[in-house]
Structures are given as C-alpha cells and as structure tokens.
Design a protein around this ligand. Sequence first.
Ligand code: HEM
Length: 494
Amino acid sequence: MGKDWGSLPWLMSMLICLYTLVVWAGRKSPKLPPGPKGLPLLGSLLELGNRPHAALATLAKTHGPLMTLRLGLRTVVVASSSDMAKEVCQKNDHALASRFAPEAIKVDSHDQYSIAWGGISPLWRNVRRVSTTHLFTKQQVESQEFLHHQKVQQMVGIIEKDCAAKRAVAIRRVAFLTGINLLSNMIFSVDVVDPEASEFKQLLSSLGEELGRPNVADYFPLLRHFDLQGIQRRAAGCIKKLHQIFNEKIEERLRFRESGQPRCGDFLDILLDPIDAKGSKFSRAEILSLIIELYFGGSESNSITVEWAMAELLHNPAQMATVKQELSEKVGHQRAVEEADMDRLPYLQAVIKESLRLHPPGPLLLPRRADATVEIAGFVIPKHTTVVINVWAISREARTWENPTTFSPERFIGSDVNYKGGDFSFIPFGAGRRICPGLLLAERIVQLMLASLLQSFDWELPLGWKPEEMDMSEELGFTLHKKVPLEVIPMKKN
Ligand code: HEM
C-alpha cells in the first residue's frame, strides 16, 4: 500500500524533520579565528613554501596573532604572538597538550608509545617521569659532568687532526656525532658510533629528513594508505634498522643481567627495571620508541644550535672578538674550559640565547592537538584541531625585540629573560607540560661544545671568504638548519 502523504502523524514528523534541518543548518558554526580563505580542497597548502614559519608569520600580519588555516582537510590554528602562546601553553595547556602525529612516525604504532608524538596518557606520564628523573634533573645532569667533558674533548681531538691537515670541519656533523656518543654512553654505557663512518648517524639523519618532508597524507588522511611519496616506507625502513641496532644491545644486556653480572647503572638498566610497586615494566616497543626519540632530540637540536652560534659569530667579527676575550680572561688557555666555568661566561651564554632566538631549531615547536573544545580571545578552537605555535615569529616580534633581525647577544646581558618556559616571548624549548624535557642537558652541552670550539681553535672561513659573504639562509626540514652547512678551517691558537 502506498503512503498516505496527507495523514496527520506523517505530516507532523515531516515538519519536525524539516524544522530540525533548518535549525541545524542555520546554527552558528563555532567562531574559529580568522584566516586566509585558500584554494578549494588545497586550502593554503601552496602558500607555505619551504619556509612555512616565515610564510605563516607573513599571513599573521594580515589575519592576526591567532589565525585559522585550512591545509588540505586539516584545520590548523596558528598562534603567532607571545600573548597567544601564553594562552595555548599556560591557560589552556591541559586541553591543548596532545599531539598531531605525522603519518611517517606511525610505523609499527611508534607514535602511540612515543614521548614526543603521543597524546597525554598514563604511558606518556610514566615515560616522561622516568626520563626526567634519571636523565634530566639538575642533579642527574650535574652528575654526568665528567662524561660531557670527555666526549667534548674527544670532539676537540678529532678537530685537531683537521687542524693539522688544514681541512675544513663541518661543525654540525662533529657536534651531531658528539651528541650521539654522549647519549650512547648515558643509555648504553658505550660509544655507539665510530666517529669517522657511521650508518647509525645516517639512519638518524635520514629519519629526520623523512619527518621534515611535507607529506600529502598528513593533509588528506585517505591518502595514507597509498604512501604516494614513499615517505612512510622510507621512514619505516630507518625505524626498523634502528630497532635492530637497539634490540641487539637490549638482548645483550638482558643476557648480561641474567648471568648475574653487576648492573651497568645506565639508563637502559632503569628502562628494564620495574617502573612501579606492582612490578609493571615498559614493553620492548615502548623502550625502543623512547631510545630513538632521545637520540633524535639529543643530537639534532644541539648540533644545529652549535652550528648557528658559530655561524653568527663568524658572520659578526665584533661579537666573535668579545666572546673570545671573555673566554681568555675568565678561563685562559692553560686548561680546557669546564661546565663549572659557565657562570663566569655571561657573554657566551648570551650568544647561545641570541642564536636560539633568531634560529630556533623547532620554529613551530611540535604540533599540538586539542583534546577538548577551548575558547581563546573570543574564538573557538574545536576539539581535534591542530594547534601550532610560531616561535620563530614570536622571537622576532618588533614590540618585544628591538632590531629583531639583528644578531645582538648584548640584548641578553643584564636581562632576566630566559628560555625556561616562563617568558612567552622567548620559548625555543616550548613551554607548559610539553616543554622540552632535555632543556638542562641541552643547555650544558651546547655551552660546553661552543666554549671548547672557541677556546681550542681560531676559525677561518674557507676560500678567503669575508664574513659578510657568508650565506646565512635557513631551510626547514624536521628542524630549522643552515641551508649551506657551515664548513670552517680550524687554526692553531697563536
Ligand atoms: C638546543 C637543544 C634543544 C632544543 C632547542 C629543543 C627543543 C625542543 C622543542 C621545541 C620541543 C617541543 C616542545 C613543545 O612542543 O612545546 C622539544 C621536545 C622534546 N625534546 Fe628537545 N630540544 C633540545 C634538546 C633536547 C635534548 C638534549 C633532548 C634529550 C636528550 C631532548 C628531548 C626532547 C623530547 C623527548 C621532547 C618531547 C617532549 C614531549 O613532547 O613531551 N631535546 N624539544
């Protein structure tokens, strides 16, 4: 029997449906912050180019310090001022502390065990607590002073050979290798890499390159199954090989422990121990994921910071002269500079701060994700939106920084501003519950590496280049590095 379109109940339900539809369609969509309209489907993807932090800073001048971008099918809110960074990392830190994880890191569910890419979960809290307690507290970092000194002196030894041969040194490379060997000793009590030739270093660098490549699958989730650019496959290859290397070390240690040998007392021993009174332990996948990220965080950002600081000093001879004078007055040349000297080297510290201000290794930090809908400055940021903080733009804000693009360590002399997460105009390590846990370690290592490079050698640009001829342009991969790697010739001190 056909429907009786004229019957009252049918008519009523149709009217109710229609009313609901009209109300739903006419309801005010949450008021996202303003932003560029972008192209259909692609949104603003093509506007980002290969320096997205700079492109976003330019867009923020038109659309404001809190703006919304559509990048493919993703909605991204960008905070570009210290006030907005404070809103995200302090006032709404709880709701905005999850992460948006790129597809490339999702191999074998790596992201779910990850300290850097995982959301806030009991596992993340445990991993962060254990790493902080056993690696990153002030006490722990101080207790490793001898190791830091030893590894940095090994670096100086390697450079001495280049010095004798009048060979240029790739600063980022030597600093990277030093960082890797330092972490290897903290985690496994051995050097993992042969400083001259290392597949291990190559694997870490390649993984960084894949993570830094724009991946269409991050913007169009359906495409992740096709891996059109091969990024996921290549990243998976690196992660699998790194797992292999670390698995061998872990198996070796388990055999060692089973045979009743004394503990090595390193971080691997801690990771293999129970983590609570009930005897729970980290799984193998969790341990592998943490180790990869410690290596990654601990070598890449440190080495980039040392490279930028050296590049800026060579580019600015007056500042180079000041820092060298401070070193020779306060430490001299009779003994190697030590961590205990750092309090007497305020200009050296200011050089590092100024390098981090102009060249933050993570110019957009790591992307956050809203776990709940929040309101900021009268705008609504819906649950699951990606939230990015443009630290690069913030540390060049003209209202905070005089001559923001000039390299001037002097601005930090006599100033209380620091990067510990309380000054939202200067957060190269992030802020809030996601702040870099390796901050204290990084601070010590970067200071010691830079001071040792400057104390042990004079540096010359190759091919008779003048400081003003140096190419200081930057390139964003996973981190913001110098586009042309710094290669300089170490000279014996007169
Ligand atoms: C100059 C050196 C370094 C810089 C500039 C730096 C910067 C950063 C930044 C910007 C973040 C993201 C913060 C956020 O999203 O709010 C981060 C996270 C992280 N960093 Fe560092 N970092 C450095 C050195 C290190 C070192 C030495 C380690 C460890 C050995 C390390 C381990 C980590 C880890 C594990 C995370 C993830 C934390 C989380 O998401 O909860 N970093 N770092």
